[in-house]
Design a protein around this ligand. Structure first.
Ligand SMILES: Nc1ncnc2c1ncn2[C@@H]1O[C@H](COP(=O)(O)OP(=O)(O)O)[C@@H](O)[C@H]1O
Ligand SMILES: [Mg+2]
Length: 274
């Protein structure tokens, strides 16, 4: 896709990256992040601030850098230039022990659930607690069973991932992402591979868990319906940059033709296919 840059502006409203958002503090700030992969600029001057205690949807088409952004947020990849501040700490400058400590405060639900195939659902969810805490098996059981009940998998604890449906795998991955009581939860295309009804149900579950446990949720997707259903704050990612970000009601009523086209999934507008 290309857009005639005269039709829209990147960040038509100034981002106050240094200060607080209207609703609270910024949990994450990306400041002029550049990342090239295979000689191609994937993140290309990305600026965004993600509010605390809010469900933010980062919406963008396939291949636009969503997964690369997530990897940079959790320090699996580092920017060529620019900075990523998570809870006040600059991720690219953290020492490895501090990076590992930061990652423990972040739960990630990868695209396919990323479950260990040789472990039961229970052991998958227990894994982070066994790795990172000195909880007794009794304490672990209490926490794991609670999370599996939360996501509707209380009856599937003993199953291997191979016997789960796609939706159950995602819910098991979600339970595992929540088990360390993270401050930040990141979802990479939680709706991929699910039919619209299961997508809506998973979005309900994401909202419900956010209502119970709170925290900064970042849902990365190309699915406009999911953004509409659960996004409280929406950032539009296109060609490695955030085109526009803001509260969902403002974004869905935007006058910016680029944002309008993007959020309506319309063929009419400044974006074209080449
Ligand atoms: N490790 C890598 N090496 C080279 N190119 C990569 C790598 N990871 C991603 N890319 C490229 O970066 C672009 C963005 O990828 P990605 O973030 O996975 O997109 P998406 O928005 O679909 O998640 C794609 O063109 C992809 O081919
Ligand atoms: Mg991706």
């Amino acid at each position: 896709m290309t857009a005639d840059e005269s039709h829209f502006q990147y960040h038509s409203e100034e981002l106050d990256l240094a200060g607080d958002s209207e609703t609270g503090n910024w949990s994450i700030r990306c400041i002029d992040v550049h990342k090239r992969l295979g000689g191609v600029p994937v993140l290309d001057g990305l600026n965004v601030a993600i509010p605390d205690d809010t469900i933010t949807v980062v919406l963008g088409p396939s291949g636009t850098g969503k997964s690369v952004l997530i990897k940079n947020l959790i320090g699996l990849m580092f920017p060529d230039s620019g900075d990523i501040i998570v809870q006040g700490e600059s991720v690219p400058s953290l020492t490895m022990p501090k990076l590992l400590a930061l990652r423990r405060r972040i739960g990630v639900l990868f695209q396919d659930g990323a479950l260990f195939g040789s472990m039961s659902v229970y052991d998958n969810v227990a894994f982070p607690l066994r790795q990172h805490t000195d909880f007794s098996e009794g304490e672990i059981a209490e926490r794991v069973n609670q999370r599996l009940t939360d996501v509707g998998l209380a009856d599937a604890v003993d199953l291997p991932p191979s016997q789960l449906s796609g939706g159950m795998r995602k819910r098991a991955g979600f339970a595992r992402a929540l088990v360390m009581e993270p401050d930040i939860v990141i979802f990479d295309e939680p709706d991929s591979g699910l039919d619209p009804v299961r997508t809506a149900l998973l979005c309900d579950l994401i909202q419900e868990m956010h209502g119970i446990y709170g925290g900064t949720y970042i849902v990365v997707t190309h699915n406009i319906a999911s953004a509409r259903q659960i996004g409280e704050y929406i950032a539009l990612l296109w060609r490695g940059r955030i085109v526009e970000a803001g509260d969902a009601d403002r974004m869905f009523s935007s006058d910016n033709p680029f944002v309008r086209q993007f959020l309506s999934g319309s063929a009419e507008g400044p974006l074209t296919m080449d």
